[in-house]
Design a protein around this ligand. Sequence first.
Ligand SMILES: [Zn+2]
Length: 133
Amino acid sequence: MKKGQKLYSIFRFKCPHCHEGAFFESDNPFVFSKLGEVRKSCPVCGRGYHREVGFYYGAMYVSYALAVATFVTVYVAVSVLFPSASAGVLVAAVLGSLVVLGPVLYALSKIIWANLFYSYQGPVTAAPEVKAK
Ligand SMILES: [Zn+2]
């Protein structure tokens, strides 16, 4: 993955505009006090992460797709690796994986959603403008 590709921004949790600044308040999705908190703007390039109020509600659609993909992957993996596994084991494996991976899927859904709407613009050469309050 190189800088300039959306996957770089997504899997490193970096600014979708410049691919350098942090996207979340915490880079570790398992820090529950800051779970999925998106910064207001990039600390490096200063470009905003919130194009409108409620922008990240749309990330629910991405989250749903990621959860279904996880569900299918775990279900198929357990079914193939343990052909004699009971339905209870399958349900426990699927639910357990969704609970454990939940914070990662939540963070991924937000940054994937942001990358659908923001494109790479490279670093800012001049200092970002100071916004009036
Ligand atoms: Zn940036």
